[in-house]
Design a protein around this ligand. Structure first.
Ligand code: IPM
Length: 360
């Protein structure tokens, strides 16, 4: 298969982890005789520094002409303490999601047996956790009207959802549930919010079309608790934009490190793959950033193009690296000097030679 991949490494640890994901994809291309080409673009603070804006026209054009996008991370401490900054790195990511209409964000959370002692949660509760968020990504309060009053003392964010926005992510989530454990949880705040009431009403209607999927409805505050108390009860979690941001980050506690969680953002025309972690600026260029989330995002990219065998080989390589503790310090208690690129090298070697790869 031929794939032209737009690569947007972004800020902080983005470039380091994306370099490892690209390495994995290059090895896959060699082993399976695919032609993957990579074209790089600027986004986030890296783009602001060079062009003055977070999502330059050139980057958007590159993403539109590519077959898919691999995204690193964005953010910079320069903007953290200036809430009124007109230009912010996040505009790069939010702009891409909106411009490319990447409405469905898929975030799998799978607990690894080999990491069960890395989570602060009890082993018996996290064993066998395998859930997946379907987060609506282009609507809700993130993209509603935002205003500041003239006197600067009142601020307003509007949360709007339309039937179409809810239906398109919901159908994808229900279909995913059908291919998994046939369970879907809608997360909302329908006891308070009008937009949540609309979500609940529409999901109840859609559920009739999927009689083999058991649906339950939970308020977001209950989910915040249940996810920690008993995460195994969940399969597909369908969730609106802002709740999804918060609750999916909470889920990283289950697996032991946010450096493990990958994601896919899918629209009707475009697709983008990115680790769910941020730019983690403090770790930049120190070789300590965990590249697994980026590498697993590359595996999700392959799955999107039906390259399941290739994606499974990457996942196997990741399993092996976790099993042998060839991991960065966030997960490692055995070796002290395994760097980001060393993990990437191991994954690359494994892809090239699955039978013989060990730490050397
Ligand atoms: C995420 C991030 C983004 C979000 C930020 C960087 C705008 O936290 O992808 O979850 O809030 O959606």
């Amino acid at each position: 298969m031929k794939l032209h991949i737009a690569v947007l490494p972004g800020d902080g640890i983005g470039p380091e982890v994306i370099a490892q994901a690209v390495k994995a994809l290059k090895s896959i291309a060699t082993v399976y005789d695919h032609i993957f080409t990579f074209e790089y673009g600027l986004v986030g603070a890296a783009a602001i520094n060079k062009t003055g804006i977070a999502l330059p026209e050139e980057t958007l054009a590159l993403c539109k002409k590519a077959d898919t996008i691999l995204f690193g991370a964005i953010g910079s401490p320069k903007y953290e303490n200036d809430p009124e900054a007109k230009i912010r790195p996040e505009q790069g990511l939010l702009g891409l999601r909106k411009e490319l209409d990447l409405h469905t964000n898929i975030r799998p959370v799978v607990a690894y047996e080999d990491l069960s002692n890395k989570s602060p949660l009890r082993k018996k509760w996290i064993k066998d956790v395998n859930l997946c968020f379907y987060r609506e990504l282009t609507g809700g309060i993130y993209f509603g009207e935002k205003t500041f009053s003239e006197d600067g003392n009142t601020a307003t964010d509007t949360c709007t959802y339309t039937r179409n926005e809810i239906e398109r992510v919901a159908h994808r989530a229900f279909k995913a549930a059908q291919s998994r454990k046939h369970k879907l949880t809608l997360v909302d705040k329908a006891n308070v919010l009008a937009s949540s009431k609309l979500w609940r009403k529409i999901i109840k209607e859609i559920a009739i079309q999927y009689p083999d999927v058991a649906v339950n409805y939970l308020y977001v505050d209950q989910v915040a608790m249940q996810l920690i108390l008993n995460p195994k009860q969940f399969d597909i979690i369908l969730i609106e934009n802002m709740f999804g941001d918060i609750i999916s980050e909470e889920a990283s506690v289950i697996v032991g490190s946010i450096g493990l969680l990958a994601s896919a953002s899918i629209g009707d025309k475009y697709s983008m793959f990115e680790p769910i972690h941020g730019a983690y600026y403090k770790a930049t260029d120190r070789g300590i950033a965990n590249p697994i989330a980026a590498i697993l995002s590359a595996a999700m990219l392959l799955e999107h193009f039906d390259l399941y065998e290739e994606a499974n080989l990457i996942k196997k390589a990741v399993d092996k690296s976790l099993q042998l503790q060839i991991t960065t310090p966030d997960l490692n208690t055995k070796y002290d000097n395994i760097s980001t690129s060393k993990v990437g090298d191991f994954i690359e070697d494994f892809i090239n030679n699955p039978e013989e790869t060990n730490l050397n």
